[in-house]
Design a protein around this ligand. Sequence first.
Ligand code: ADP
Length: 632
Amino acid sequence: MGETKEFKAESKRLLEMMINSIYTHKEIFLRELISNASDAMDKLYFKSMSDGNGEAVTRSDMEIKLDAQKDARTLTISDNGIGMTAEELENNLGTIAQSGSLAFKKENENAEDVDIIGQFGVGFYSAFMVAKKVTVISKAYDSDKAFMWQSEGVDGYTISEAEKDGHGTTITLEIKDNTDEENYDEFLTPYKIKELVRKYSDYIRYPIKMDVEHERLREGTGVDGKEPEYDKEIVTETLNSMIPVWKKSKSELKDEDYNQFYKDKFYDYSDPLLHIHTKTEGAATYSALLYVPSKAPYDYYTKSFEKGLQLYSGGVMIMEKCGDLLPDYFSFVKGLVDSEDLSLNISREMLQHDRQLKVIAKSIEKSIKNELKKLQKNDRAKYEKFFETFGTQIKYGIYESYGMNKDELSDLLMFKTSNGGMTTLEEYVSRMKDGQQYIYFASGSSVSRIESLPQTELVRDKGFEILYLTDHVDEFCLQMMHDYDGKEYKSVSADDLELGSEEENKEIQKEQDDNKALFDFMTEKLSGKVKAVKLSHRLKNHPVCITSEGNLSVEMEKVLSAMPNGEGAKAEKVLEINPNHAIFEKLKSLFENDKDKAAEYAEILYDQALLIEGMPIEDPVGFSNKVCKFLA
Ligand code: ADP
């Protein structure tokens, strides 16, 4: 045993901090140690290439081995990389925040085909989050002496001579005992180890191998009524897939490859609807592999859903869900981004809110939008399926940003239309008739309900196409957008529809003025419910309808009042009466001869209009009684 050397005082504190607070997940220790092993092999590869004896070491011989011994409570990570001399052990592992890898990277800036990961000089110590004792035995390449570094944490470390076959490093962790809060045992189980490798280190370019015990049915048993018996056998498994699919060129990959990768990686049973594979250089250098799922995840519309893309740096996963990479309106997109340009913070778990990430996010947003537009153009049926699944999200994106994103998003929108099927706004506008000023829309819970709305009659009769808004957010979204291509949206229920000829309008106005007393009377009887009672310019066959003045439509009131705290939202309603309907004559005569009855008529007509609109009536029993009175 060599003499025990103390960590320098500040190192002690630093180590304590390391062990207790830098990382939020203890499990990343394995990622850090595997990354170090990968670095060590990259360095050896580079060294042998630059020494000109490239044949002495071949990359294909290099591997990382994991070994878990449950009874001894040890987990060992070995590599046959460049190894460390006694002096290097001292410098690299005895000094926290000393990174031999960073120094290497700086010295060999133009080293090709090596992806050195280390840079902070702290990752190694994450081992102490799970281990009570760490033993490192290392033999440097080109040296015939091996050394052992050993430490139980803050109190210091020892370095002594040791025995080791071949160059490289073996790190043995003596895993801590379970506590009430922490299950350390799991780091000794093949299941957990495999999971961690797949999660964080799947794309390390060297194989990560582990001997795993399998049970095999002994031949001749388990058949013909014989009890099954099993033999144990040890199989060496390679735990990582090594080659990042997204680094391959597109021409090498078929749809099936992309789909399979998606299903494996994102635990979906169905193929994705769309994949987007991009490699970008310039302002931001990154590769991305993005997917639009074919179905919304089961928790998509719950609070627990978290948007985000996986973030890799140099093939190592540093963040499982980076929310900053996706705008909310594309929150359904799954996938990953790999970039070497990111400035990582010391724990490599979070990124500093860096500029680069923002540039990447912008660029990703653009490619998603472009690919969706392409799909809309080239495969309409698929796009409509997409929109049915995720369109609401995009509409919310416009609504929630007060229309600020409308230029980005309005071309992705689709609406049902009186022409049948779905339409984009661009298509609608291209079909607008000469002199048509507005993009007309009508709201309701379903197409058939909307089609039976009295308000749609006249607009359709004039030959104008109507967008059918069946989604709650639709009308809010249109209101936020205000216009498309300079064409304003207009509800068929708006009070200023301006569709009649001047002559017709004059006639109705005259009729209205002549019967002012009747309308004032009805308005008073319906006070608190409607703002006004008027003769209608738009009704053809129906007796009455409800329209609204101002920004809040009847449909919006319906949506808002279904929301918590939304009861106060009230549309300014107008009861419109069809001047050509027999009911109008009846009202006039009742107003002359029987005011009480006229008042009852007003109430019934108002309730009827609400029913047609799909709105609840305030007093259903009262309504029913009134109707019965007339029926009896
Ligand atoms: P980083 O990897 O960020 O540099 P670490 O604390 O993980 O920081 O490691 C410190 C240094 O120790 C590394 O830079 C490297 O020089 C050396 N080192 C760690 N693990 C190994 C290994 N398996 N083989 C060779 N050198 C290693």
